[in-house]
Write a protein of this length. Structure first.
Ligand code: URP
Ligand code: ZN
Ligand code: ZN
Length: 442
């Protein structure tokens, strides 16, 4: 039997706004106390966290477990999805779902026209949800793909060539414009290019309520892999929007993330093993889109963000958990180490290093896009709702431990400004005397 209480002693407790040396006492899945020299009942487990960081459990904003997609199914499990107007309202009011992802890509499958986006964004605003978009111009992708195949380009490089950066940037700006027209907050998922990131950043500087989500893949690797001579290697990186061949892209996205032009990090984890990717061995348009990330996100962001000196440990916490919890409306239940918060805690050793490899990862997929990457920053112990679920390289959790978090609509972090604008920003008609002159007859 595991003891019911856990005392994490002497670590540096890191939240988004400050870091302090202290103890964290956990009982019944909750953080009971944070402070120094806590009086603790006998028989609890004591974890020494001297020289380590104690950070809130990461929140991955974007995954597709078990997604049925492009003729096959993602190999890492668990996925939820839905659509249509009345169901959106029921989900937001009764089922704790406060965000909806809309696609501007995948023509003839998921792609929505501008008028449909307008209607969906309007409904999101009405019910207090966050409109999320996959921003790529699906029509241009379809035309670009035909062009590449006609040129005899059938390999994974065709995937990037048929949808260059501007295809992503144009759709991002269009989504920002439509969201602004209906005063709806917008969340752009998987921002993959410099050009799209600039659009998000400009929109924020123009005062728009827009959030951009770079993902582990885009921050940790790049699109030069599509030109790799080995087909399986190149195909492993195929996802939409694609990783970009400009090798300065990951660093640029990290700079924007560090400076709050981009807000949160996900992974878009959507994994297909090599034999599934091989559905597109003769035609890149048939390669199932998606890459891994869920296991390595924290390490990749620490390495490229904190170890590189671009962001501090507090910004790391903000972009890996706190901001997500605020946007999706479950802060400070999650995303903070504080009294009464859920005991989702990672004991993080910033000095340890590890090498990422498919040979040692816990995911079902049979390759890893970060293969060989040496990362500073290693999770030593992970606690989920008071239970140690990872320790000494071993997973200690059985299926079913995860819980759905009921999320209320109208997150204040997102909606305060929107509501105020709604009140003060209403256009009004000019008062005039009626026109008395002639009107032609038609
Ligand atoms: O390639 C990707 N991103 N696969 C997952 C589905 C999506 O578009 O997010
Ligand atoms: Zn997407
Ligand atoms: Zn996705």
């Amino acid at each position: 039997m595991e003891p019911s209480g856990i005392l994490i002693k002497g670590g540096k407790v890191v939240n988004e706004d400050c870091s302090v040396i202290g103890d964290v006492y956990i009982e019944n899945g909750k953080i009971v106390e944070v402070g120094l020299n806590l009086l603790i009942p006998a028989g609890v487990r004591v974890i020494d966290a001297t020289d380590k960081l104690v950070i809130p459990g990461g929140i991955d904003t974007h995954t597709h477990m078990e997604l049925a997609f492009m003729g096959t199914k993602a190999v890492d499990d668990f996925h939820i999805g839905t659509k249509v107007k009345k169901e959106m309202e029921t989900l937001a009011k009764e089922r704790g779902v406060n965000s909806f992802k809309m696609f501007m890509a995948y023509k003839d499958v998921f792609m929505l026209a501008d008028s449909e986006l307008y209607a969906a964004f309007s409904q999101c605003k009405e019910i207090g949800a966050i409109a999320q978009v996959h921003a790529e111009n699906g029509d241009l992708i379809a035309e670009g793909a035909k062009k590449m195949l006609a040129l005899g380009i059938t390999g994974p490089e065709g995937h990037e060539l048929c949808r260059p950066e501007e295809v992503e940037a144009e759709a991002t700006l269009r989504a920002v414009t439509i969201a602004h027209a209906v005063n709806c907050p917008l969340y752009v998922v998987h921002v993959m290019s410099k050009s799209a990131a600039k659009v998000v950043s400009e929109a924020r500087r123009d005062g728009r309520v827009v959030f951009g989500e770079p993902i582990a893949a885009g921050l940790g690797t790049d699109g030069t892999h599509y030109w790799n001579k080995e087909w399986a290697h190149a195909a492993g990186f195929v996802m939409g929007p694609p990783l970009r061949p400009d090798p300065s892209t990951p660093g640029y996205l990290m700079d924007l993330l560090a400076n709050d032009d981009l807000s949160v990090t996900g992974t878009d984890n959507c994994t297909f093993s090599v034999c599934q990717k091989a559905l597109g061995k003769d035609d890149f348009t048939k390669i199932p889109n998606g890459v891994n990330g869920v296991e390595d996100r924290m390490s990749v962001i620490w390495e490229k963000g904190v170890h590189s000196g671009k962001m501090d440990e507090n910004r790391f916490v903000a972009v890996t958990s706190s901001n997500a919890a605020k946007i999706f409306n479950f802060y400070p239940q999650k995303g903070r180490i504080a009294k009464n918060s859920d005991a989702d805690v990672v004991i993080w050793d910033p000095k340890l290093t590890r090498k990422i490899s498919a040979k040692t990862h816990h995911q079902a997929v049979d390759y890893n896009i970060f293969e060989g990457m040496e990362c500073h920053g290693v999770p030593v112990i992970t606690i989920s709702r008071g239970k140690v679920v990872y320790e000494a390289g071993q997973l200690k959790v059985s299926p079913g431990h995860g819980r759905f978090i009921h999320r209320k609509p109208f997150s204040e972090f997102v909606y305060k400004r929107v509501k105020q604008r709604q009140q003060v920003g209403k256009p009004t008609a000019v008062t005039r005397e009626p026109y008395q002159g002639k009107v032609i007859s038609i």
